[in-house]
Ligand binder design. Structure first.
Ligand SMILES: NC(=O)C1=CN([C@@H]2O[C@H](COP(=O)(O)OP(=O)(O)OC[C@H]3O[C@@H](n4cnc5c(N)ncnc54)[C@H](O)[C@@H]3O)[C@@H](O)[C@H]2O)[C@@H](O)CC1
Ligand SMILES: [K+]
Length: 510
């Protein structure tokens, strides 16, 4: 499903009207109806005192339509209109009249205080004050009205986007409605999934409002759902053998940091890599040996960490692998930085670069564009900040664009981990993941993800698909773990749920 910016959601409305000839009033009717009908399975409208808070834009127009359908569903309905009614567009004005002709009371208020008696009595509040037309910081009476809505015990349903939330960033423009549910109209917007917008949005429901899917086929940002992932997973047939499912070599670990390497290996195992090898340093290898009988552990050199002079032997070894991962637990020694540089500049197949491997790439200023292999980088915000020179808050402000700009410029796949994880593709498109939960913010999760993505690439998927499937699957396994233990499950618990998550994806009804 597409994920839109303000400009893209406007463009989509325009395409619907000009190219498909759908009148604005039809879209508005579909929008207002959708808000009530999508909520029917979650709340009982019968007898519920429902206050619809309308602004004077088209978001408010949707609200006047919702008022009729809420009434139709049995609710006791009242509309509060804030703002100068002369600013309303034709469609919104028309639907206000229709609502009034049906006997729905419309109370015009100038001050938030006037709405207090109604709002605190409401069972349901439909928030149609401001939508994607938000223009600046919300101040004065509208801000006060939003704060009152947030203070009530009513079930709050936002129309299109919580009022006050900035569509492009997911940040409140001063203040924003905290919805229990939001019905996204025509497209899901960036602000719904970017933090803290995701919290303001509450549970996100979507309605297409009549705009055909083809209208947005070329839009560059997509949300990843199960139906996107299922067709990408390779099907194991009866004659499958380990050689066909790929050989992943993980260059990881150093003295005292053996765990990270093992967690990456474990991730690969449970994600279905045909064969997995960990290649580590002389000192670290004995500690890892035998921890997982399925993983081949070998060493190069005798020291505590990787050094530049090991690169030749490592590259020779790497010829046996379909895919390599470099980084978990390798440390930040100057020599290790040089080792990583040599590996990345010379390996010709797919490389996943993670953790201290990313530190090395930033230190050594590796020119990714001129590397012969196909690169997948998996930074969290701190690592990405080091790679780009941007600050963490600059990245969070534009997480999606930052990821897609970087991946396009450097012609690689970038997995920017976080809430939500964004995957930038070399052609400038990007994916935004929908699985995962806060319980995953623990040490070792990233190492596991590296193994999972590596396993996907080893099974023959393209770097883009490996990243998409790996991130989605890893998050889904986390969601399964959180079903029983919301916070405090171990990385190992998550890894063991990877096969179940995979089965859930592939066993879906087509
Ligand atoms: N064809 C379309 O454009 C469609 C639009 N739809 C709805 O229309 C919305 C967009 O409508 P509009 O572009 O008219 O704009 P909105 O209705 O989202 O917002 C404009 C209104 O909010 C007020 N406002 C904006 N920023 C403010 C601020 N910082 N402080 C206080 N008040 C502020 C404006 O004065 C105006 O009254 C969508 O979110 C969606 O709900 C749907 O009806 C479907 C069709
Ligand atoms: K709204």
């Amino acid at each position: 499903m597409i994920l839109t910016s303000t400009a893209e959601s406007r463009l989509l409305d325009k395409i619907a009207m000009t190219e498909y000839g759908l009148p604005e009033a039809v879209l508005m009717e579909n929008a207002g109806r959708a808000v009530v009908s999508r909520m029917r399975e979650f709340t009982d409208w019968e007898g519920a005192f429902t206050v619809i808070v309308c602004g004077t834009g088209n978001n408010g127009g949707d609200g006047f339509v919702s008022a009729r359908y809420a009434r139709g569903a049995g609710a006791r309905v009242l509309v509060i209109l804030m703002g100068d009614p002369s600013h309303m567009g034709e469609s919104a004005k028309m639907y206000r009249k229709t609502a009034e002709k049906m006997g729905i009371p419309v109370i015009e208020v100038m001050e938030a205080e006037e709405a207090v008696p109604y709002l605190y009595d409401a069972d349901i509040i439909i928030d149609s004050l401001i939508g994607t037309g938000l223009a600046s910081k919300v101040k004065g009476e509208k801000a006060a009205l939003i704060d009152i809505i947030n203070d009530t015990d009513a079930l709050v349903v936002s129309t299109d986007i919580p009022s006050g939330l900035v569509t492009d960033t997911g940040r409140p423009a001063g203040t924003a409605v905290n919805a229990d549910f939001t019905v996204a109209l025509g497209s899901v917007k960036r602000g719904h999934v970017l933090y803290p917008g995701s919290e303001h949005t509450g549970r996100l429901l979507f309605s297409p409002i009549g705009i055909p899917e083809e209208a947005s086929e070329d839009f560059p940002v997509r949300l990843l759902f199960r139906e996107d992932i299922a067709p990408l997973l390779p099907v194991r047939n009866q004659i499958s053998h380990k050689g066909k499912n790929g050989f992943l070599g993980i260059f990881a670990g150093s003295s005292g940091m053996e765990g990270a390497a093992l967690l990456a290996g474990q991730g690969a195992l449970y994600a279905g890599a045909g064969k997995t090898a960990i290649i580590t340093t002389g000192d670290a290898a004995p500690i890892m040996a035998g921890k997982f009988p399925e993983i081949m552990v070998s060493s190069i050199g005798n020291g505590p960490h990787f050094t530049e002079d090991m690169a030749e032997a490592a590259l020779e070894k790497a010829k046996a692998y379909d895919v390599i991962a470099i980084g978990p637990g390798i440390g930040r020694d100057e020599e290790t930085v040089k080792f990583v540089k040599k590996m990345v500049e010379n390996f010709e197949k797919t490389i996943i670069l993670d953790a201290d491997g990313l530190y090395a790439a930033a230190e050594a200023k590796i020119d990714f564009k001129s590397c012969p292999g196909r690169l997948i980088l998996t930074p969290h915000v701190g690592e990405f900040a080091r790679l780009t020179g941007l600050s963490a808050s600059e990245i969070e402000e534009k997480r999606i664009d930052a990821a897609s700009d970087f991946s396009k410029k450097n012609r690689l796949v970038l997995v920017l981990k976080g809430a939500p994880t964004v995957i930038g593709l070399p052609d400038g498109r990007s994916y935004v993941n929908t699985t995962g939960n806060p319980g995953m913010a623990t040490g070792g999760m990233g190492d596991t993800l590296t193994g999972v993505i590596g396993a996907m690439a080893a099974q023959g998927m393209s770097p883009s698909s490996s990243a998409a499937v790996g991130v989605y699957l890893h998050g889904l396994a986390g969601d399964l773990a959180a079903e029983t233990t919301p916070v405090g499950y171990r990385v190992t618990d998550l890894a063991r749920l990877l096969p179940k998550a995979r089965a859930q994806i592939t066993e879906m009804d087509e």
